[in-house]
Design a protein. Structure first.
Length: 224
């Protein structure tokens, strides 16, 4: 079931809506593997972060830097330019939740479309213009957003003042979305197991009798 939260991003309500579930902006992390196909440290950190949110009921505010703050500031300009050029009415939303996954699209368009704005430094935007293809570094996020919101297409808009606006549309890539879905399912199963282990940490075994509990309390480490 899709839930749409009409709030500003990076507010307390937004953090609460996304707490404890993997979101599209981190699907590349969920799908990551370490060297030689081993475990990814970044993925493990993300697992532990979400586990902490589930257990404590408190959202962990994300990292921000000057580039991210610049992107938020320029998003308004990019939206206005795109809306004018495409003659599109963009519905701003804070967060979209679909079961145990979510996304924070920069806007919804009609009944089937989505809008995602990115700001890039001039040399990176020029690279997009010269390549003239959907930026691969944003594929997991954008295809993941289409999956979460159950939409058909997404327009990514890359913006920097005084440079041409880069706009590229992507439609649902069902094979790739299936890969995301498999990775998210496994991630959520691991997350549930971690939460269960932490909640049981230090608890006596369910079949312990009173004599065993008394002996355990006499252990030097337990007696303090």
């Amino acid at each position: 079931m899709i839930q749409i939260f009409d709030c500003d991003q990076n507010t307390a309500e937004w953090f609460a809506a996304r707490a404890g579930i993997p979101t599209a902006s981190e699907f590349h992390t969920v799908m990551a593997s370490g060297r030689g196909g081993g475990e990814s440290k970044t993925r493990k950190t993300y697992l532990y972060k979400l586990a902490g949110e589930v257990i404590t009921g408190e959202a962990v505010e994300g990292y921000t830097n000057s580039h991210m703050e610049r992107g938020h500031a320029m998003e308004v300009e990019a939206r206005e330019m795109y809306s004018f050029i495409a003659d599109a009415d963009i519905q701003r939303v804070g967060f979209v939740r679909n079961g145990d996954k979510g996304a924070s699209p920069d806007g919804l368009i009609g009944t089937n479309g989505m809008f995602e704005a990115k700001s890039k430094l001039p040399h990176l935007l020029i690279e997009c213009l010269m390549r003239d293809d959907f930026p691969p570094e944003h594929k997991a996020q954008c295809q993941g957003a289409l999956w979460v919101a159950e939409r058909e297409w997404i327009d990514i808009v890359v913006y920097w003042p005084k440079l041409p606006l880069f706009v590229k549309r992507a439609y649902r890539d069902e094979a790739y979305i299936a890969t995301i879905a498999t990775a998210v399912k496994q991630f959520n199963e691991e997350l549930a197991e971690i939460v269960d282990q932490v909640r049981r940490y230090g608890a006596p075994p369910a079949n312990s009798n009173q004599a065993e509990l008394d002996a355990l309390r006499q252990h030097p480490l337990m007696a303090g």
